[in-house]
Design a protein around this ligand. Structure first.
Ligand code: SAM
Length: 266
């Protein structure tokens, strides 16, 4: 899977994508990252890419032309590298990847969207800075407006990295063990159960005995019950979508009842 990132700070993207699992996935060729500096397309001797907003107001706005030229450069590269080399931009044969503008004004990113994007072969991210981007270029090139949550950050690089990380770990091969992403929180409607590792006794706190019993059936039952309890307790909005047995529904009711002590149920 190929990611193209339009940014004023390519080092933020490249430095994160060098490390850990993402770094290994790039090295092994499961994903590739192409961070393109919008400033290289400024087209003026001061390399400036922002200007004052029409109508007044605080801060600066990123100009349309450098972003458009950066986009055209990426399109040209994709076209040249792709199988449809002979296709002409703007014709039906030339299908550009989705272009995600990361913005607090978009729909909120979640695991479902990560799954959807992980099926694409290529994606382009556009990272804003300052007070945002001239609306006219957004109207022309953006296909998806996506936010990481209801708060405002100084730039789009961290949101783009959050999304690239979540998408990449769903690309086959990236996690090494295909099962790892399968049972996690948000893979269904339940959060994951609590995890423990050695030592068995830490500061007087024991690992739940069932986990050291070796009885796989009982362990699976315990994990399922803990997932149900945790989701009802921490994310009651999610539990509504879960497929629960009669017994689990009773358990959830008890947790959702005001005043019930969830620690006793755990
Ligand atoms: N003035 C804009 C507004 O009120 O909607 C916020 C601009 S913000 C300071 C600068 C850039 O950071 C945005 O263009 C966007 O790319 C990025 N950004 C900030 N918060 C974000 C969020 N919650 N999700 C995704 N991107 C965000």
């Amino acid at each position: 899977m190929k990611f193209h990132v339009m940014t004023l700070f390519p080092d933020i993207i490249n430095n994160v994508m060098k490390e850990s699992i993402m770094g290994r996935a790039v090295k092994s060729g499961y994903i590739s990252i192409d961070a393109v500096n919008i400033r290289d397309f400024a087209g003026n001797k001061h390399n400036s890419v922002d200007d004052y907003p029409y109508g007044g107001g605080a801060g600066m706005v990123m100009q349309a032309e450098p972003i458009y030229n950066c986009y055209k450069y990426i399109c040209e590269r994709i076209r040249a590298q792709g199988s449809n080399e002979d296709a002409v931009e703007g014709t039906e044969q030339f299908k550009m990847p989705r272009l995600i503008y990361v913005t607090p004004q978009g729909k909120t990113f979640n695991q479902k969207l990560a799954r959807e994007y992980s099926k694409e072969e290529e994606l382009i991210f556009l990272c804003g800075r300052y007070e945002g981007i001239d609306e006219r270029v957004l109207e022309l090139i953006v296909t998806d407006y996506v936010s990481v949550g209801d708060y405002v950050l100084t730039g789009g690089e961290l949101p783009a990295l959050v999304m690239i990380d979540a998408i990449s770990r769903l690309v086959p091969g990236v996690l090494g063990n295909g099962a790892s992403a399968g049972k996690e929180s948000f893979s269904g409607s339940l959060l994951e159960y609590p995890q423990y590792t050695r030592p068995e006794n830490w500061h007087g706190k024991e690992v739940p005995p069932v986990l050291t019993s070796g009885n796989h059936k009982l362990i699976a039952q315990w994990c399922r019950r803990q997932s149900v309890i945790r989701t009802a307790d921490r994310r009651p909005d999610l539990i509504k979508g879960a497929d629960l047995t009669e017994e689990e529904q009773q358990l959830v009711k008890k947790i959702l009842m005001k005043g019930s002590d969830v620690n006793e149920i755990y």
